[in-house]
Design a binder for this molecule. Structure first.
Ligand code: CMP
Length: 395
């Protein structure tokens, strides 16, 4: 395994901190974030303005020049992010080229690459009408600055079964309403409701409450069916909104208690640190609340973070025994130190508030705080002696 401290290049490291490791207290990093956010929004506004013929005629040249400037900045940003990729501690055990290739395949970097695509299209196919559309992809670059977007993604994935049921119900209602309308009014309005696709378009318009356009039912039964379809439409659309809304609320409630200075200072391992170091930790640590019986980690998994217990209790289940850890204790450090799989399964015993330290930040702290390193290594050694390595199972 590479020593993570090797291949250290101070300029690249600083560039990494500014670009990728944005800390709220780092002025340069904050400035860059704000600059890029403003540029992305301005670029999208310019694309929209440029699609209005009168604006394009008056200011076309200036808008194009601004777009070229944005492309240049985005290209430099992309190149710089690729350049600093080997500084990601998770990437350090790959060679520099491998680290960069892997990093280029991460979702945010793929979006950054797509944001440059319109420029390439413009050079290759200058007359394509799709170019303004592809430019709007740049709005997705804002995903980097919105952790809540990830939360929505997780909610949709977690609720996928319920959401799929909603889609099936909506499809069913759409088909049934269309088939009934075709039977009742198909012969009377053949040009609007005469076949299934036409009747389905009418039924979709009614369900979405955009109205059936000019297609009014002409029979009493037709009107009753239209009324029922509109009411069913409200139910069909309210259902997924309620599901996502509830999931979003629960996800936020579960993870977002605020990490405070006092909370970090109370962790015995950090109690000897001075105030600026604790303040930095407050930024690094993420909060997560788990409900009783939640499995926080599983034996054999890859380690990506370690945890400090701010309140509550967990059970560490090794092959030999079950160990109860409580407020002030920590776990999940062994896999980060050794890069071996997790040595035990950890389950919340009660509702537990955890402070989560990502592997990147963990390795950074080891490097910066020798006392933290020696304390954590000695606890890990004690635990390793109690949980011999031959019991590791690779996933
Ligand atoms: P890790 O191997 O990353 O994931 C499981 C965690 O359980 C492990 O780190 C330790 O933090 C913890 N653990 C393993 N063995 C023991 C033990 N004998 N006593 C207390 N904690 C342990």
């Amino acid at each position: 395994m590479d020593n993570p401290l090797e291949r250290r290049n101070p300029i690249r490291q600083r560039a990494f901190e500014i670009l990728e490791h944005g800390r709220r207290r780092d002025a340069a990093s904050r400035f860059l974030d704000i600059f890029l956010i403003i540029l992305i929004l301005a670029n999208v506004a310019v694309v929209i303005a440029g699609s209005v013929p009168e604006v394009a005629k008056l200011y076309g040249e200036s808008l194009r020049a601004f777009d070229r400037f944005c492309v240049l900045v985005f290209a430099i940003e992309y190149g710089a992010r690729i350049w600093v990729a080997p500084e990601h501690l998770m990437m350090r055990h790959h060679g520099p080229l491998n680290a960069r290739l892997r990093f280029a395949a991460t979702p945010l970097m793929v979006i950054d690459a797509l944001a440059l695509l319109p420029w390439l299209l413009e050079v290759l196919f200058p007359l394509s009408t799709l170019i303004p559309l592809t430019r709007l992809v740049r709005l997705l670059k804002l995903a980097r600055y919105s952790p809540a977007l990830g939360t929505i993604g997780r909610v949709i994935i977690a609720e996928r079964r319920a959401l799929m049921a909603c889609v099936i119900i909506l499809g069913g209602v759409l088909m049934v309403a269309a088939a009934i309308m075709l039977a009742v009014e198909g012969a009377k309005q053949p040009e609007r409701l005469g076949d299934m696709p036409k009747a389905m378009w009418w039924s979709a318009a009614m369900l979405a409450k955009i109205g059936g356009g000019e297609t009014e039912p002409v029979t009493s039964i037709g009107r009753i069916i239209a009324a029922i379809t509109v009411i069913l439409g409200i139910f069909c659309f309210a259902l997924p909104v309620a599901i996502i809304g509830r999931g979003f609320y629960e996800e936020i409630r579960r993870r977002d208690f605020v990490v405070t200075f006092a909370m970090v200072a109370r962790v015995p391992l950090f109690s000897k640190l001075d105030a600026p170091e604790i303040a930095e930790l407050v930024d690094m640590l993420k909060a997560r609340t788990v409900t009783p019986r939640t499995q926080i980690m599983h034996k054999g998994d890859r380690g990506e973070a370690m945890y400090f217990i701010a309140s509550g209790k967990v059970d560490v289940i090794t092959d030999k025994e079950t160990i109860r850890l409580s407020e002030g204790d920590f776990f999940g450090e062994m896999a980060l130190l050794s890069r071996d799989p997790r040595t035990a399964t950890v389950i919340a015993k009660s509702s537990t508030d955890l402070l989560v330290l990502d592997v990147d930040d963990f390795l950074r702290l080891l490097d910066r705080l020798p006392t933290f390193k020696s304390q954590i290594e000695s606890v890990a050694k004690e635990r390793r002696d109690a949980t011999p390595p031959q019991q590791f199972t690779r996933p």
